[in-house]
Design a protein around this ligand. Structure first.
Ligand code: PLP
Length: 448
């Protein structure tokens, strides 16, 4: 942990963080909520409340949230329709000794919306749902090995990738992950494949012919996959008898009401949804073709809270609202406007930075070759934006509560922040202008 800067802009956050470090190993529950992911000592660490596109931190600052609850928020914070439905559900009790019809209603809704969905299981978190999908794929194929691309949670099946070769997760998660506590017996059961390279995937399937239960991957993140790539992966999976699983935990319903698979026109055997499914309430779904899902009836996959009606009600209401408000359409238009405004600002300021990537998930690309300088510039950007009420990384997670006011404030904040960066680069004073520790960009997403 870097030394906290003095003075800090966020003393209340820093005091809470100091308390947390004494009581909570690692201080936060999610690596993406570690303060070193943003501008440590300048960015907020603890929120007090949130509404719409914004949140307020414990130091009393207001922010536009460009991370949207690490992707969990799609309609906006405290959405009145979802929250009213949840409140009404609360009054009926949240969990029972028997089942609730909502499980079936939501399953019907998911099967109507998502191309690969014919049957559904529920969970609470994305990583947990990925573990269920992998269990089902192994159970249905009777095989053990899994090929993966990208990040799929914290469970043993996934972290076992670093038992065989300690750099296996470097490009997919982040370097230096020691799979402490993961049984060594799992070594060699899960292997990474590079994104966008069909020949490499084909070679791996040949090398492990007849042993691969599943290919699990994010279909996309912020760049479109090469033309024909995903259809080629689906063909390879079929040819080798492996179950193709799309991890849609982060893409969710942002690209289309039927998930990224509907937008991309490639239907996997199974898919996993979590974060944006229920607008911030814990909820996840594993969906898939009947032939793959039905054998799960014989597998031991069982947990008390997967029947919780708050998550079910929140997901059902969110799905309906996403469709009624055409949220994906709104995000595509808004993302395009954001990109074009930020690119105009960059041109006016004269800074070599591009807002690029698919419109629903844009990111900034600074034209700097030296990785150390680039990392300092990104930290300076995060710092300067935070001081101007915009919380985020150099990428933007959109939600439907963001509108004209957020666009105007963010482009003004970007104009001033880009100017600071331009001047710092010209005078070689980027490091000196940091009022925080250099950002540690934990996650390296292989699927962009
Ligand atoms: C693609 C993907 N899969 C799985 C996960 C894990 O989800 P959770 O944090 O809900 O366990 C994430 C979280 O960021 C993710 O982006």
């Amino acid at each position: 942990m870097p030394q906290p800067p003095h003075p800090t802009r966020v003393p209340q956050s820093m005091a809470l963080y100091a308390r947390a470090t004494q009581l909570i190993p690692g201080a936060t529950q999610l690596i993406s909520r570690r303060p070193t992911r943003v501008a440590y000592g300048v960015s907020p660490i603890y929120a007090a409340r949130a509404q719409g596109a914004r949140f307020w931190d414990v130091d009393g600052f207001e922010y536009i949230d460009w991370i949207s609850g690490i992707g969990a928020i799609l309609l906006g914070y405290a959405d009145p329709v979802v929250d009213d439905a949840v409140r009404a559900q609360l009054a009926q009790g949240t969990i029972y000794s028997v089942n609730h019809e909502l499980e079936i209603e939501l399953a019907e809704e998911l099967c109507a919306a998502i191309p690969c969905a014919e049957m559904v299981r529920y969970a609470k978190c994305g990583g947990e749902a990925c573990a269920i999908a992998v269990r089902i794929a192994r159970g249905v194929t009777g095989r053990d090995k899994v090929l993966f691309c990208g990040y799929h949670g914290w469970h043993d099946w996934y972290l076992a990738a670093n038992l065989a070769e300690d750099a296996n997760l470097n490009a997919h998660l982040f370097p230096g992950i020691d799979p402490i506590g993961v049984p060594r017996a799992l070594a060699g059961t899960v292997l990474p494949f590079p994104s966008g390279n069909l020949a490499a995937l084909s070679d791996q399937l040949e090398q492990h012919r007849g042993e691969v239960a599943a290919i699990i991957m994010e279909p996309l993140r912020s760049e479109l996959p090469p033309a024909g790539y995903l259809a080629g992966v689906a063909d390879l999976a079929r040819a080798h008898g492996a179950v193709l699983i799309f991890d849609e935990v982060s893409s969710g319903l942002r690209f289309s009401t039927g998930g990224a698979q509907q937008y991309l026109g490639v239907t996997p055997d199974m898919a996993v949804f979590a974060k944006s499914l229920s607008n911030g309430y814990p909820m996840a779904a594993v969906v898939g073709r009947r032939a793959v899902m039905e054998p799960a009836a014989r597998m031991f996959i069982s947990s008390t809270y997967w029947s919780d009606t708050i998550g079910l009600r929140a997901a059902l209401t969110t799905l309906r609202e996403v469709r009624r408000r055409d949220v994906p359409g709104q995000l595509w238009r808004f993302g395009q406007a954001l990109k074009s405004r930020l690119n105009d600002v960059a041109a006016e300021v004269g800074l070599d930075v591009q807002c690029t990537g698919v419109d629903v998930h844009p990111h900034l690309e600074f034209g700097i070759a030296d990785p150390q300088l680039k990392s300092q510039v990104i930290t300076l950007y995060i710092q300067e934006m935070a001081k101007r009420g915009c919380h985020g990384y150099a990428a933007f997670y959109l939600n439907a509560a963001q509108g004209d006011a957020e666009l105007a404030q963010t482009s003004e904040a970007a104009r001033e922040s880009f100017t600071v960066i331009r001047d710092a680069l010209a005078s070689h004073t980027v490091a000196q202008r940091l009022e925080c520790a250099q950002q540690q960009d934990a996650f390296r997403r292989l699927v962009r």
